[in-house]
Every structure is written in structure tokens, then in C-alpha cells.
Design a protein around this ligand. Structure first.
Ligand code: PGA
Length: 248
């Protein structure tokens, strides 16, 4: 049985007070579920979020981190700093990090290795751009992006969650159809089977992300290789996020 996860990526949204309000609502309304529920507020609010959710099943994730242990990296945050405040999960490779902040596979590989070595769980994001899909290159692009995790030692895989997020579906209101999501998730398991092994491919949790909303979540989550979602916009509203959690 693979773990099921709904994770909310809040991106650069919510002040401290707004974070406290939304977390209070979420903690009060989170349904009884066998899925993991995770929220990823911005860095400055992580410690407060961990404290506020101490008695809740809701977990807190970071949205990014630096690969270095420490040092002269102005503005950056290390794995140890996250662990020190009680964070157990970090999102790496989000398409906005790739496209707006120039993060490529070489950099992401360092980040993923550091995170795992330090004992963090990684939600590793990847996905093709619209042109890739139009030209029929989407499988090739995704397989290439996955090389970052194919390099990992076998034992690391239990700390990896994959998040397939087609770039053309992120924040656009355009979702991959449930069949497109299933097709890619099945492809990802096949690629892991050939590059790693079948056991890892069967066990790894693969989330879908990209305009998941209360009205489409259930159909997407009903697909056999989709184990949950990474939610952006809809994770900023308590009722929408909780409806998506219930859909899983
Ligand atoms: P979206 O974002 O749900 O707003 O499309 C998804 C994501 O960026 O993870």
C-alpha cells in the first residue's frame, strides 16, 4: 500500500496572521483520513506553523532549501535549519523554482542528495512544458528530469515522494485530464522499474499537481497510479483544500 498525500503549496502567500487563521481553520476541519495532509507556508512562518499544528495531524513542509550545510549563501535556508524547527519534508524542483530561479537538474540533484542525507523527506516536482506536450516530447522530458532521483541510493527512495506537475496546468485553470495524469503516472512507474526496480516503482507515492480543485480532484485521484495531489491555489482556502482532502 502506498501512502496517500495531499500537500498544499502556499507559495509566496499569507502573512503570519493570515497563516495562523488558515491553519486554525484547517486544524479544526481536517477530516478523519488515512491520507497524510501537509501544508507548506512560506519560510518565515514555518516555525510558528509547526508550533500551532503540534496537536494536529496536519504536517508542515518547506517549499525549498539550499544544498550547502551552511556558509556564505545570503538569503538561503539549510536543511539543518528546517530540521531544527521540526520540519520533516521539503518540496524541491517546483516548476517556479526551475523557470523563475534557474534551478536545473544539476542543482536539484545536490539539493535532493543533501535533503535525504540530512533525513528530510523530499517532494520532488517535475513536469513538461506546453511545447513539450504539443510536440509529443512529454515522456522524454519527464524521464530526463527524473534522472535526478534515479541517481539516488536505493535506501533513499523511502524518503522520496514524486509530484508530476505539467507546467501548462499550474495556476492556469487548465488541468491534465484524469487519463493524461494516469498515463504519465503509469509511464513514471515504468521508467522507475527500468532505471531502479519494480519494488521501488510500486511503492513510491506519485502526486499529481496542476489546477487540482474540489470539482476535479475526485476523478483525478480515482486513477490507480495517482496517490494524491500537490495543490497550489486551492490550498489557500480552507473549504477548498479540505474538499480535496476528502476527495482522496
Ligand atoms: P495550482 O498549483 O494548483 O495553483 O495549479 C500547483 C502547484 O504549483 O503545485
Amino acid at each position: 500500500m502506498r501512502s496517500k498525500i495531499v500537500a498544499g503549496n502556499w507559495k509566496m502567500n499569507k502573512t503570519m496572521a493570515q497563516t495562523e487563521t488558515l491553519l486554525g481553520e484547517l486544524a479544526a476541519k481536517v477530516p478523519d483520513t488515512d491520507a497524510e495532509v501537509i501544508v507548506a507556508p512560506t519560510f518565515v512562518n514555518l516555525a510558528a506553523a509547526v508550533n500551532q499544528l503540534e496537536a494536529s495531524v496536519i504536517q508542515v513542509s518547506a517549499q525549498n532549501m539550499h544544498y550547502a550545510e551552511n556558509g556564505a549563501f545570503t538569503g538561503e535556508i539549510s536543511a539543518d535549519m528546517l530540521l531544527d524547527i521540526g520540519i520533516g519534508t521539503v518540496i524541491l524542483g517546483h516548476s517556479e523554482r526551475r523557470s523563475l530561479f534557474g534551478e536545473d537538474s544539476a542543482l536539484l540533484s545536490k539539493k535532493v542528495h543533501t535533503a535525504i542525507e540530512k533525513g528530510l523527506r523530499v517532494i520532488f516536482c517535475f513536469g513538461e512544458e506546453l511545447e513539450d506536450r504539443k510536440s509529443g516530447n512529454h515522456f522524454k522530458v519527464v524521464e530526463e528530469q527524473l534522472k535526478v532521483v534515479f541517481d539516488l541510493p536505493l535506501a533513499s527512495w523511502k524518503h522520496i515522494v514524486l509530484a508530476y506537475e505539467p507546467v501548462w496546468a499550474i495556476g492556469t485553470g487548465e488541468t491534465a485530464s484524469p487519463d493524461q495524469a494516469q498515463e504519465m503516472h503509469a509511464f513514471i512507474r515504468k521508467a522507475i522499474t527500468s532505471s531502479v526496480n519494480k519494488e521501488v516503482a510500486d511503492k513510491v507515492t506519485i502526486l499529481y499537481g496542476g489546477s487540482v480543485k474540489p470539482n476535479n480532484a475526485q476523478e483525478i485521484f480515482s486513477k490507480p497510479d495517482v496517490d494524491g495531489g500537490l495543490i497550489g491555489g486551492a490550498s489557500l482556502k480552507c473549504d477548498d483544500f479540505m474538499a480535496i482532502v476528502k476527495a482522496l
